[in-house]
Design a binder for this molecule. Sequence first.
Ligand SMILES: C[S@@+](CC[C@H](N)C(=O)[O-])C[C@H]1O[C@@H](n2cnc3c(N)ncnc32)[C@H](O)[C@@H]1O
Length: 291
Amino acid sequence: MRKVNVTPKDLLTESILILKKHKIKDAKLNAELIMSHCMNGDRIYLYENYNKCLTKIEQNLFRSLIRRRIKKEPVQYIIGKTEFMGIQFKVNKNVLIPRPDTETLVEFAIKYSLENKIDSKYRILDYGTGSGNIIISIAKYSPNLQYYAIDISRGALLLAKENAKLNGVDKDIVFVQSNGFSSFNSNFRFDMIVSNPPYIPTSVILKLPEEIKSFEPLISLDGGEDGLKVIKDIVFNAYKHLNKNGVCLIEIGYDQSDIVEKMVREVAKYKDIKFLKDLAGIKRVVFFKKK
Ligand SMILES: C[S@@+](CC[C@H](N)C(=O)[O-])C[C@H]1O[C@@H](n2cnc3c(N)ncnc32)[C@H](O)[C@@H]1O
């Protein structure tokens, strides 16, 4: 028979075992994030109320969310949020879950714009904004510039706008639904273009973990046959939309630096080509400047 007074401690003990049995990584952290969400608080609130009696609604909600996690749905989609650059972002099935790797690009973009902006007319474009994590972080940490964000996905843009509002920068960022640069004519130029584009080759997607391939939007992962479809669009066209000495920063796959470097050199419109490494020492971001 089920206990009448069920506490977070009881349910966590039970569910951590179940998650481990289903080979869910970070079972304890996942269970605690889900429990905090059900109790409408953070993990500190959870620890402070570890032995409180849960309502029937909280218990049922927790059990149903744990069942979703067992089916491999990422915990961030289950609780509807994640953290990036120390900022809270809402996430849903329309957007990629922001990855810590992308902070390499964002940290550089913030530092570079703070050091190189001449005035408040400095314009930054985020190509493929998803949840808005990149442009919102830049707007928060490098304020008083002009920020633009595009995405082909309407669902992503709706969420990015919500995240901008949540973080108090919605009045500063112009969001545009656009397939690549098609919405901008080349009289309208940027000083910086940043992007974390889809860069996984189509054939590799099926080999990705269940959490990714069955839940994250294909449009945010699939870089076409060679993984370079969107990267090529940016490299081949960025110079038409950049001011002289304007810079471009693109996140790339772990094995794409050689081919991307060749491509950037072949366009013959760029200088100062270099790569930024992620925490694992992998060339993760290509940087180049318009001549
Ligand atoms: C890898 S996700 C990156 C999302 C977010 N910027 C991040 O770092 O987590 C790539 C994004 O590019 C968008 N995208 C894909 N193709 C596009 C295109 N042709 N034009 C504009 N956006 C595109 C996708 O909808 C997706 O939101």
